[in-house]
Design a protein around this ligand. Structure first.
Ligand SMILES: NC(=O)c1ccc[n+]([C@@H]2O[C@H](COP(=O)([O-])OP(=O)(O)OC[C@H]3O[C@@H](n4cnc5c(N)ncnc54)[C@H](OP(=O)(O)O)[C@@H]3O)[C@@H](O)[C@H]2O)c1
Length: 219
């Protein structure tokens, strides 16, 4: 499968690409295609050192969206609307779009969940995409550094929400292929805010308890 990552040069984009480009064709997008090519080369080299053949290339955000069968929006929330506004909506037509986006602000040294008027990043992003898009939230609660440390087993829970059951199952199947991730059905998109809000919780707990890169495992 081809997976396009908008904002693919960031921490989550690169981390996700590191973990899946041995199984899927990854197209990293950026505002600056040269930066995306650099990221893709870095990922392929890291994998090559381990004898793994990574299928990853860099390009513009629009090309990444166009090329992907699935598209991940891996941007800080405040950059999602302007970035999507600059991409031809046809690039997303009928596709599964994954949002790991958590809207947060830092105030007095701690992180607050700060959703838009729609109630969550997911519900706001849904309005920015063509109706035929199947929006799925996933990977919201795993710290980027865990993705990037290839020796780190990702034995975490991935709470997945969507209003499209088939799309949700396809994203859960993708998550299942990564390390020891445990995808679970967290309900419809209207529940996405609950999942998004868990990330500032983990960051605050990490800060207050001198812990690092907390991620969530439910059992
Ligand atoms: N970091 C984590 O641990 C973590 C964990 C779970 C979920 N998330 C969520 O995943 C999403 C991505 O997080 P991240 O940490 O990967 O983000 P990031 O590294 O801060 O940024 C991702 C990419 O956004 C692009 N960008 C930066 N400023 C921009 C602007 N003004 N306009 C358009 N694009 C811009 C950059 O790409 P170019 O410069 O190449 O265009 C950058 O590489 C966020 O919504 C976050 O809430 C993060």
């Amino acid at each position: 499968m081809k997976i396009g990552i908008i904002g693919g040069t960031g921490d989550i984009g690169e981390g996700l690409a590191l973990r899946v480009s041995d199984k899927h064709e990854i197209i990293l997008g950026s505002r600056d295609p040269a930066k995306a090519v650099e990221s893709a080369d870095k990922i392929k080299n890291t994998l090559k050192e381990r004898g793994i053949d990574g299928n990853c290339r860099g390009t513009t955000n629009e090309d990444a969206a166009k090329a992907g069968d699935m598209v991940v929006i891996s941007l800080p929330f405040q950059h999602v609307a302007p970035t999507l506004a600059g991409i031809n909506p046809d690039c997303f037509k009928d596709k599964i779009v994954i949002s790991p986006v958590n809207p947060m602000v830092r105030k007095n040294g701690c992180f607050l969940y700060c959703p838009p008027d729609e109630g969550s990043a997911a519900l706001a992003i849904k309005k920015m995409l063509p109706e035929s898009c199947k929006l799925v939230t996933a990977f919201n609660n795993i710290a980027a550094r865990k993705w990037s440390m290839l020796d780190c087993v990702l034995d975490y829970t991935v709470a997945v929400t969507s209003d499209d059951t088939d799309a949700k199952m396809q994203v859960m199947a993708l998550a299942q292929q990564i390390s020891k991730l445990q995808p679970v059905d967290a309900g419809g998109l209207e529940l996405a805010g609950i999942v998004e809000s868990l990330t500032p919780l983990t960051i605050n707990i990490a800060q207050n308890n001198k812990l690092k890169d907390l991620s969530i495992y439910m059992r």
